[in-house]
Design a protein around this ligand. Sequence first.
Ligand SMILES: NC(=O)c1ccc[n+]([C@@H]2O[C@H](COP(=O)([O-])OP(=O)(O)OC[C@H]3O[C@@H](n4cnc5c(N)ncnc54)[C@H](O)[C@@H]3O)[C@@H](O)[C@H]2O)c1
Length: 427
Amino acid sequence: MSEPLTTIIVGAGHRGVLYASYASAHPEELRVVGVADPDPVRREAVRQRFGIAPENCLGSAAELAARGRIADTVINGTMDADHVTTTLPLLEAGYDVLLEKPICPTQAELLQLLQTARRTGRRVCVGHVLRHAPFYAEIRRRVAAGEIGELITVNTTERVSYHHMAVVFVRGKWNQKATSNPMLMSKCCHDLDLIAWMKSGVRPQRVASLGGRMHFRPEKAPDGAGTRCLVDCPIERDCAYSARKHYLEQNRWGTYVWHCLEHLGQPTMDDKIRSLSTDNPHGRCVWKCDNDVVDHQSVIVEFADGCVASHTLTTGTAKPCRTIHLVGTKGEIEGSVEDGSFVVRFPDARPGHEFTETPVDLKVSMDMHGGGDLRLVGDFLRVVRGERPSLSTTQLEDSVYGHLIGFAADVAMEERRGVEIADIGGR
Ligand SMILES: NC(=O)c1ccc[n+]([C@@H]2O[C@H](COP(=O)([O-])OP(=O)(O)OC[C@H]3O[C@@H](n4cnc5c(N)ncnc54)[C@H](O)[C@@H]3O)[C@@H](O)[C@H]2O)c1
């Protein structure tokens, strides 16, 4: 292999650094040579971790773009609302970009990004990591090979656990549509992308959707609930959403919960208790937050060939999981990614039979999106090197229809009507 490609981390948060860790595992393929982030603590942590020259530690994506092209690629791990504004000048400066999902909050921004990528000839790959999880990649391979025939229906579900829902979409930074995205886009742009990918080459045309915020609202608070779990709540010990249980006793979701204490390095238990008792948003009662995103939503999509797909997002579940059920003209595939296995069924009309069922066990762990996170980086590098991308490739042209389904679903749910999807020439 020739020299490793070089990359600059733009947005040195949890996701940007995770993707960049590919360079540590595969130094022959990727070298991190710069970082752009307004947060000096994060900039310094990344500088030390990857041995970056001080002159390549910059304060923003705009500052980097103004320097021109000083590396082959950028890993853009900024927050949702910053994705397009940070990426446009980097494409103009000549970078190929690995861009986190969701691509952006609006259809207008998505089209602007697509047009700029087409005009500049730069490549953008989107963080749809589940396409690279062996579970979904194997299902897609079988569908593309025609094993179950032409798809008639596609049904997916995503069940978000009670503690995940609380930390991210009720107390956390994806809890408001205006500052992040509708929850369907934040959480299920993966699933909508998987649906569009299973139907690659066939355009989604019409979308309907119903849903809303039913549970995480003040009037649903249990009697006597306080406003902060560690401060004024007499029922905290009996509450499944207690911040003390989730973040102090069970140590869940530290990346999000202790972001505000990053400057301390290793915060002590006293630091954490003080934080949850005062200004940490994760110390709040889940029924008394400033959240406005949905806690359940269903989407129905009709494709140009008549196939109908549906996706249901439900939250606050005891057991998190994602499921998929594809029915084709010859057979069907059904499974749950958390199980790491699915079954393939075919009708069997022999006397005494009804169907044959073959289990497919991929024996993979669910770490890093079923192994998809770093495989996605590997595929991005193949695209940039001009090699043949995998069937799972998430280039922008292959990724737009899932997002268009999501944008249409939001309008359909808000306005209680069906919404048509435009043909924008994606693949
Ligand atoms: N692929 C997945 O499954 C997956 C999972 C979780 C999150 N995400 C997405 O990853 C993205 C990042 O999430 P995170 O939790 O790592 O975010 P984060 O808030 O931890 O990190 C974002 C970083 O961007 C920096 N930043 C802000 N403005 C900037 C600018 N103009 N130029 C450069 N840097 C700037 C911030 O200082 C921050 O350090 C989000 O869009 C999120 O939706 C994807």
